[in-house]
Ligand binder design. Structure first.
Ligand code: WTA
Length: 663
């Protein structure tokens, strides 16, 4: 490293506030610092600004209806269609512009460009095909697909005919698919024969078929021949209820399907996510509020303009891909990128190669990826011209200042604002972050709530904590993008998100407070640093995993009597899965069982939940009342000092476990 670099490094190290670059502010979609006050003073009418970004078939009567808390409604009486908003309305001006730029993993395969006209044609044909299969309005269609354009097309086709989609991440297991299809009573599945991972074709249909075997009702399935098209298919025969995607669409060539006018409050999609109990939660999002939210935040936070080529490296199987690959960007008529593979195949510069080739203007990724990039070194981004980038974003987990600064310097060349965006599957879109053309950035802190969002950090008694102290993040007022309920489980919706900080007897919406189950602190300037989950949910590489789900997978393995799963610090993944396991009498604590446990978790959830360490122990540390001391197990995993353990029912065991983990 040259002297100049060292100097720069030292300056960056010391700097803790960064102003938005002037060149950025000059062109920003939102640059008026008055917007925070303006929205606060005009709540809830400020959200008309978001609704105005959409085309409505019928204008709404009321911006916000808080009459039945916490079942809040937005833009009531309004009607619209999400696919018309993401596709049709752009045809007049942008028919021949790219809507989706798709890059497959194999470098020798042709990339695909879908113009808005192409997208319109294929969404219509797919919608016609789904209808013919019998999919009606409000029927839930499950999408279990890799990162191929047909996934976005299927989502929009469902939206066109008013059928909510439920996307299940392709990396999830067959069991996870079955659980979600059963929970949603979903009788339709769209999947693919496979995809490429690090150079090899992967048999996805086998997994889908295994999942279907566990579905309690009859289903019709559509299969995209992603691999078959390249002659790489695994040769599965389709059954009578399984249809080839291309064949199906060929029967509807040139079809036009009138977009169904959906009530603003009608469900657009379901997304299952992990919670405190073993059962995944079916988060319900609506057509008007959600679409307005994803469009508004794409405009104000990601600064997306129609002429941009915007690149979000998430998978559409997670909420980030829903809001910020598909709905938000397409609602704004921009070009959105989709990449099938991993950042390190065939080499560790793959993302930078894509950014350079497509002249991407924004990059939105996760801190776990940034930590990996840092580890790999600057030689990879340095090989490429990244000067097309105008804005960088992160999402999914806290980003430490060192990783933030690395991203800012080595990817953004100190000329792109970095937005560290806090939000959740449940919030529909971004909630806490700096507006890139307005607010100063502080590495390590997400920033203030976006205009119109009212967040407070409270203690267990509901009192605001002092700046700098850790407390619980709460959202004080409803917002259009919020989840409406948990599918078919209003009671759990109230219990999970509202009971903690609301007066649940009150029918005044002001008495209701949303609790995201995150810990946080706030500074004197109102900047919020989110510290992480306070429930039994892990954040592994930015993915939410419930400890209970993993534990129940482990105790399902023959020979396991009891298990406790906690998160241990991991320098790339953020958190890693540590599984403490008690074996049944007569079973050996051996490598065979360890492998069976790992396989059990992969089968029940997927490889992302794979335990980093399986620790056999004769007992788990428990309180006198018999509760497992998870905090202690976490401290052991993290090599921390354990403090006083004498109040435990079984204090001796702690030292035994500590020695077996820490040596
Ligand atoms: C965490 C992902 C710190 C948080 C969009 C939240 C974050 C959970 C950030 C939601 C951030 C997300 N800083 N923590 N910028 N963004 N989180 O539902 O714990 O997959 O509750 O949504 O991720 O994860 P989910």
């Amino acid at each position: 490293m040259g002297d100049e670099d060292t100097e720069l490094e030292a300056r960056l190290e010391a700097q803790d506030v960064f102003e938005p670059p002037e060149s950025f502010v000059e062109q920003a979609n939102v640059s008026d610092p008055g917007i925070h006050d303006e929205f606060a003073a005009n709540w809830p009418d400020c959200w008309d600004r978001a609704a105005e970004m959409l085309d409505w078939n019928t204008e709404y009567d009321q911006t916000f209806d808080g009459s039945n808390p916490p079942f809040f409604e937005w833009f009531t009486g309004g009607e619209l269609n999400a696919s018309a908003n993401c596709v049709d309305r752009h045809l007049e001006e942008r028919a021949d512009e790219a809507a989706i730029e798709w890059v497959g993993e194999p470098t020798d395969e042709a990339n695909r460009t879908y113009t808005y006209a192409d997208l319109h044609r294929e969404v219509n044909e797919a919608a016609a095909a789904l209808r013919e299969m019998g999919v009606g309005e409000d029927d839930v269609v499950t999408l279990y697909m890799p990162m191929i354009p047909e996934l976005a097309i299927a989502m929009l086709a469902c939206a066109r005919i008013g059928a909510p989609h439920s996307v299940v991440f392709a990396g999830f297991s067959a069991d996870a698919l079955a659980t979600r299809m059963n929970a949603a009573d979903s009788e339709y599945l769209i999947t693919a024969d496979g995809y490429y991972r690090r150079g090899d074709p992967l048999d996805h249909l086998e997994k889908a078929n295994e999942g279907l075997a566990g579905v309690e009702h009859d289903t019709d399935t559509v299969v995209v021949g992603r691999l078959a098209a390249n002659g790489d298919g695994f040769g599965h025969d389709l059954t009578e209820t399984q249809h080839d995607y291309d064949d199906l669409l060929a029967g509807h060539e040139g079809a036009e399907v009138e977009p169904v006018a959906r009530d603003a409050e009608d469900m657009l999609f379901l997304m299952y996510t992990s919670g405190t109990t073993g059962e995944p939660k079916g988060v319900k999002h609506t057509t008007g509020g959600y679409l307005a939210w994803s469009a508004w935040t794409s405009h104000s936070v990601l600064d997306i303009k129609p002429e941009d080529t915007y690149f979000c490296s998430a998978d559409i199987g997670w909420i980030t891909g829903h809001s910020y690959i598909v709905y938000g960007p397409l609602a704004l008529g921009t070009t959105t990128m989709m990449y099938e593979g991993t950042p390190d195949y065939p080499e560790r510069d793959r993302l930078w190669e894509i950014v350079e080739e497509y002249e991407a203007t924004q990059l939105y990724t996760a801190p776990t990826a940034i930590r990996a990039f840092m580890k790999w070194g600057t030689e990879y981004p340095d090989r490429h011209d990244l000067s097309s980038l105008r804005l960088l974003g992160t999402v999914g987990e806290p980003i430490n200042p060192r990783a933030w600064k690395w991203y800012y310097k080595h990817i953004g060349d100190e000329s792109c604002p970095v937005v560290d965006t806090w939000w959740q599957t449940e919030t529909g879109g971004q909630m806490i972050t700096t507006l890139p053309g307005v607010n100063d950035m502080k590495p390590g802190s997400a920033g203030p709530p976006i205009p119109g969002i009212d967040a407070e950090i409270l203690d267990t008694n509901g009192k605001q904590v002092d700046p700098g102290r850790a407390g619980y993040l709460t959202i004080q007022k409803p917002w259009p993008g919020m989840l409406r309920t948990l599918y078919k489980n209003d009671e759990r919706f109230v219990d999970e998100y509202w009971r903690e900080y609301s007066d649940t007897d009150s029918d005044d919406w002001r008495d209701w407070t949303y609790f995201p189950e995150d810990g946080a602190k706030i500074d004197e300037d109102g900047y919020i640093t989110v510290l992480g989950r306070v429930d039994d949910v892990l954040n592994v590489s930015g993915h939410r995993l419930g400890t209970m789900e993993i534990e129940s997978a482990i105790v399902g393995v023959e020979g396991v009597a009891e298990a406790a799963v906690v998160g241990g610090d991991h320098d790339v993944k953020g958190e890693a899965v540590y599984a403490y396991v008690i074996t049944e009498d007569g079973y050996e604590e051996d490598e065979e069982l360890r492998q069976a446990i790992i396989a059990g978790v992969e089968d029940a959830i997927g490889p992302i939940a794979r335990p980093e360490q399986v620790i056999f122990t004769p007992e788990l540390p428990k309180t006198r009342s018999g509760k497992i001391m998870r905090r202690l197990l976490e401290d052991i995993a993290n090599g921390e000092d354990l403090g006083d353990t004498s109040t435990l029912r079984n204090p001796d065991i702690v030292e035994d476990i500590r020695v077996s983990v820490q040596g």
